[in-house]
Design a protein around this ligand. Structure first.
Ligand SMILES: *[C@@H]1O[C@H](CO)[C@@H](O)[C@H](O)[C@H]1NC(C)=O
Ligand SMILES: *[C@@H]1O[C@H](CO)[C@@H](O)[C@H](O)[C@H]1NC(C)=O
Ligand SMILES: *[C@@H]1O[C@H](CO)[C@@H](O)[C@H](O)[C@H]1NC(C)=O
Ligand SMILES: *[C@@H]1O[C@H](CO)[C@@H](O)[C@H](O)[C@H]1NC(C)=O
Ligand SMILES: *[C@@H]1O[C@H](CO)[C@@H](O)[C@H](O)[C@H]1NC(C)=O
Ligand SMILES: *[C@@H]1O[C@H](CO)[C@@H](O)[C@H](O)[C@H]1NC(C)=O
Length: 829
């Protein structure tokens, strides 16, 4: 079976698994009001009101069960009856203790005339646990009202209160059921008010009323098609300029791995259709917005706008950048879905915003190209939109302190995007030149065992994961937020030592005087949550002298904070070029390479699981006060493939200039992808220049390609760091160059394992340290015993692979190439 079949099979199994595990609410009440017969609607049974279970109570002084005698036979059975209240009355629903939290409440009203009642003339209020849901409400036609509300106690009371004019109220059917976990989260929504972008606090305490639920670019979806029995309507009626938009659709099931959305957030069908910019229309000038106006009826009232995205229109990652506007305010600049979806295409993402409706009673949503778009890639998409009214708004304009954070994050993300664009251009330039002589080959299994890095495939399941994966007994790595505040002088800006996609890194000192590096995710942002989870999961399982250790973490409230041991000398990169550090000696550099190879080798083989780092680069190798190298930043790490699989198939991640070309081509991840990146680091250490330097002459931009040209010519010595000239022994450089070269082999199968690399680097160090400069190119190669048993079992901190058996005086005519190929065939990789 080849890799693709395997993938398909896995996908099929996964879909089956999902179907079998469709959402089951903890609390689920469906009531056919005023009836003594069960009725079914969309395969769900609404229990007869008269036979309601003991968990549902009715306190009605005066109420009437009304049946419509005149209805045509095809009308829905559910709506043939209603309960009429002629005085204030209520239903009570007993909520299971473990099922409290956000619930969906749906009230069905289907008016008819019977006995003395014309239900369309009823006028009444509806309250839920004291919140006024509907005020002065009348239903002239069939109406379905949906609310989302948090239930804290054990009872939900829905009260109907007739108003004087009519003197009675009615209801046809009621649904009350638990929403999926984290369906609404407290800090997840951005406040859009033209005044900067802040996060909206306390969203779960809001009662929300659904106003619109729209499947953008798609068809109407009925409750049959939705695990929460929602109806989604097409967007066409809301488009301001229909000709600006073009429908797009995919047949591929969305990849729910990384984006934060789940099938419960919105069903597949929502994410499989979209509107994109209609760039075919030549009368439009190429740069325009797609705009939808959603009427909301209430002026100046706050609404939750939930937008759904899934980028299946881009051929590759980081090509689509667009802006989102709500009511003409900028809501999200330079949105790069591949960043939010943690670098995977076709991954559903949703974003929540809170905004006031404007004076015309509409919410206007626009998407349009960002300045970052390359002219040929200009586009903007939207897959779905939900508009919900905040029924009991509180504190909408209260908080304004977080503005600066968002702007700062915007700057960081923006800067990163620009770098990526530049790098992508460079990479493409070089990819075009690259020959593809060999057919792709598969890397056979190396005994990887699976590790579930994520608690699940979605935001909600991830946060469950937090609880279950908290490391150590009693979550001993958890650090209280107050302690972290104290350690960092309340996140004092002067203590910032770095920043990244995840957030700021601060230097800090814990109560016990341990120096630490504190990495704080943007509070309230879902972005980075998978990295956060991964980091905790991965780190809690491994300890190694050459891996930066996790001291603790904090997930209180919406914080995502990781605390690491402090590395006095910072990233290796800073000691190679750019900054004003004294140059490292060649021996120091070799030892750093050996240390990081050891750390990486341990990741691959040493712990119970094979872990692929997937973002090896000189900024992720940190140096402690003694210049001991430690590998850091496991945010992108993945477990290796399962025993019976050969690779982890996943979106391309990693950093340009270090990216395994095979991984890039085939999006298949093996431990050999790390080996490739490590090879780039080896050249970086030797040449003291960045992996990609766009300012250099074209043939020099990409270090891997440039160094390989010199290496194959046997003239690597020409491009080494000038500070190293005269320091490196010939034999050592030769060994080092060959090792780096092997790492950069086009195909993973041709690359050595990290164990081999480690062993060869140690050999290079011994060549450097051995007393005599070897005169002969090949003569002192050790031959078979030397290579046949590389001590790749060594993984402990004190291990020194191969040191004991090595005696570099053996005699063999074998060249390194022969030896490596021998290794390959022997071990059948
Ligand atoms: C209605 O459905 C409930 C639950 O499925 C069942 O227990 C009850 O017997 C049904 N009642 C009638 C009248 O069919
Ligand atoms: C909720 O609690 C009930 C009894 O207390 C138990 O039977 C049920 O399994 C619990 N459900 C969940 C989802 O924990
Ligand atoms: C959130 O809202 C609830 C209910 O209105 C209130 O009790 C709580 O203090 C609020 N929390 C914050 C952080 O504002
Ligand atoms: C929605 O469900 C109905 C009934 O099962 C089905 O006929 C229809 O094709 C579905 N629509 C989509 C878009 O899947
Ligand atoms: C192109 O756009 C113009 C202006 O919006 C519109 O009138 C025209 O119908 C569009 N043509 C097509 C083919 O969509
Ligand atoms: C898109 O809409 C926003 C908000 O109304 C506006 O500021 C921007 O100029 C529009 N962009 C284009 C290209 O029309």
């Amino acid at each position: 079976m080849d890799a693709q079949k395997l993938q398909l099979l896995a996908l099929a199994l996964f879909s089956l698994f999902l179907l079998a595990k469709s959402f089951v609410p903890a609390n689920n009440f469906l009531l056919n009001c005023g009836s003594n017969a069960n009725a079914s609607l969309y395969n769900r049974v609404f229990i007869a009101d008269s036979a309601r279970p003991s968990s549902v109570s009715l306190s009605a002084e005066r109420s009437v069960s009304l049946t419509d005698e005149n209805q045509s036979p095809d009308s829905r059975v559910l709506y043939r009856t209603a309960r009429v209240f002629t005085a204030e009355s209520s239903y009570g629903f007993n909520i299971k203790e473990n099922g409290t939290g956000t619930h969906l409440v749906r009230l069905h009203f289907s008016p008819f005339r019977a006995q003395n009642f014309n239900l369309a003339s009823a006028k009444f209020n509806v309250l839920a646990n004291g919140f006024l849901l509907l005020r002065g409400f009348s239903a002239y036609n069939m109406v379905l009202k949906e609310f989302l509300l948090k239930i804290d106690g054990q009872v939900l009371e829905i009260m109907f209160s007739p108003l004087g004019d009519s003197g009675f109220a009615f209801v046809s059917a009621i649904e009350v059921f638990s929403a999926p976990k984290d369906f609404i989260i407290d800090d997840g929504a951005r406040l859009v008010n033209g005044d900067g972008i802040e996060s909206y606090k306390n969203l779960t305490s809001q009662v929300l009323e659904t106003v619109h639920r729209v499947n953008v670019g798609g068809l109407k979806l009925t409750p049959f098609n939705d695990s929460l029995w929602r109806t989604w309507i097409p967007d066409v009626g809301f488009l301001v300029f229909e000709s600006a938009a073009k429908k797009a659709a995919t047949t591929h099931v969305p990849n729910y791995q990384n984006g934060g959305a789940t099938r419960e957030i919105a069903p597949d069908n929502v994410y499989m259709t979209a509107q994109e910019m209609n760039r075919d229309n030549s009368t439009l000038n190429g740069i325009f917005n797609i705009t939808w106006d959603f009427p909301v009826g209430s002026l100046g009232a706050p609404h939750l706008v939930r937008l759904h995205f899934c980028d299946f229109v881009s051929p590759a990652l980081n090509q689509l950048y667009f802006n989102v506007y709500i009511n003409d305010y900028s809501a999200y600049r330079d949105l790069d879905l591949s960043m939010l979806a943690v670098h995977v295409l076709s991954s559903p993402v949703y974003l929540d915003f809170v905004v006031d409706s404007d004076d015309s009673g509409v919410i206007r949503v626009s998407v349009g190209p960002s300045d970052l778009s390359t002219p040929s890639k200009i586009n903007a998409i939207l897959n779905g939109a939900e508009i919900m009214r905040l029924v009991n708004p509180i504190g909408l304009h209260a908080n304004s302190k977080k503005k600066n954070t968002w702007i700062l994050v915007g700057l960081i993300v923006g800067g990163f995007v620009i770098c990526c664009l530049a790098a992508a251009g460079v990479l493409l330039m070089f990819k075009c030149k690259k020959k593809r002589a060999k057919p792709p080959r598969r890397v056979e299994s190396a005994g990887w065992t699976p590790l579930r890095v994520y608690g699940g495939s979605s935001y909600s399941r991830m946060s469950e994961g937090t609880a279950t994966t908290s490391p150590g007994p009693n979550g001993s790595l958890k650090i209280p937020f107050v302690d972290i505040q104290a350690a960092t002088n309340n996140f004092d800006k002067s203590l910032i030592i770095g920043m990244g996609g995840f957030g700021m890194v601060y230097k800090g000192v814990l109560k016990d005087n341990t120096k630490v590096a504190v990495k704080r995710g943007v509070p309230g942002s879902r972005q980075g949550l998978p990295e956060f989870q991964t980091e905790i999961t991965v780190f809690s399982k491994i300890r190694h002298r050459h891996l930066v250790s996790l001291v603790g973490y904090c997930d209180e409230q919406s914080e995502m904070i990781l605390v690491y041991e402090y590395m006095e000398n910072g990233p290796l990169k800073n000691h190679l070029y750019g900054l004003k550090h004294p140059p490292l000696s060649w021996k120091q550099r070799l030892e750093i390479c050996i240390g990081s190879a050891r750390g990486l080798h341990y990741l691959h083989t040493g712990s119970a699981q094979g872990i692929i780092h997937r973002d090896i680069k000189s900024t992720n190798i940190l140096l402690d006060e003694n210049f001991v190298a430690k590998v850091a930043d496991f945010g992108l790490s993945r477990s290796g493939p399962c025993i019976n699989e050969t690779h982890v198939s996943t979106g391309v991640k990693g950093s340009f200039g270090y990216l395994d070309p095979e991984y890039f081509r085939r999006q298949q991840l093996t431990d050999k992808s790390d080996v490739y990146s490590f090879g780039v680091v080896l050249f970086e250490v030797l040449c003291a220049r960045p992996a990609v330097d766009p300012l250099l002459a074209r043939e020099q931009v990409n270090l891997a390609e440039w160094a390989m040209q010199w290496q194959t010519k046997g003239m690597l010595g020409k491009i080494i760091d000038p500070n190293l000239v005269g320091q490196i022994k010939h034999s050592c450089l030769k060994k080092y160059g060959e090792t780096a070269e092997k790492c950069l082999a086009d195909y993973g199968v041709d690359r050595p394992t990290m164990g081999d690399v480690l062993w060869n680097l140690e050999h290079a160090l011994r060549l450097q340290e051995s007393g005599t400069e070897e005169p002969c190119e090949d003569g002192n190669m050790n031959g078979m015993d030397y290579y046949a048993t590389p001590s790749i079992t060594t993984s402990g901190p004190s291990g020194n692979a191969g040191a004991e058996k090595d005696d570099p005086t053996g005699s063999s005519d074998m060249t390194t190439d022969q030896i490596f190929s021998q290794l390959m065939t022997n071990e059948g990789r």
